[in-house]
Design a protein around this ligand. Sequence first.
Ligand SMILES: [Zn+2]
Length: 290
Amino acid sequence: MLDLKQIGASEFRQLKQAQDRGQLSHAYLLLSSDEVEALNTAYWLICYVNCTGEKKPDGTCPACRRILAGNHPDVFLIDTEENKQSIAIDQIRPLKQELAKSPLEGDRRYFVINHAQKLTLPAANALLNLLEEPAAPVVTFLIANNGGQILPTIKSRTQIINFSQQAASSKDRLLLANGMSQEEVDQVKSSQEVDQAVKFFYQELREHDSLAIVSAHQLAGLVKKQKQGTKAWEKYVWILLKKWGEKDLEKGDCQEAANFLADLMRVDQMWQSNVGFLNNLDYLALKWQQ
Ligand SMILES: [Zn+2]
């Protein structure tokens, strides 16, 4: 059973829109440093198309459940086999026979190739032949973490969706929408370490973990360490915390998330009237300890 915690929201929207308009391409290359996220997104789209529930995709109707459990007769997942480093031609060949058959339940079938960067050359060439038969009612999703390892001939036959690129630009939009200037956005470009620290801090706050006070100091240290734009980084942390709170609010976790956002607003005001960054982090950590 797939755990669908992470889905590329904007990438899913893009695929859903194509499906709604009847413009789904016959082959996609989903490039992401997080292959699980890309794989989930492909499966979520397949659920969306086949879902029999009211709110599509619900992930809970019989069709969705069989898709997510790997038991749907129109969905084929090819992956590296246990203890093997590559995907062999023997794994691709059966797809050719499947191509000749009609879909059993819906109006098309789905081939999902996970870790497509691990296709051997013969396997990649066999796949290329499949991709050249666009008349067959099949949509193929290639999932890969490294576009550089995918044959150019395969790339040219697929529509490429680059997850990290979209994530970066949607992050820029989020920061600009929250009052950062373009200059500040540029200053907080490489933020992985800080992102992680903010996420931990947020989780600890929400779990009323007394270690949040330690994380507050680590986070402040990390921000201080940045070479430029200390103020921009501080602002960035508030925006991220707000984003996490809003995410939980959307999930229906109402009272606690609303309380958190109210505290955050207070902190933001204190920070703007020059109360130090660390003092504000401490304030949150202490307040949420109880
Ligand atoms: Zn469903």
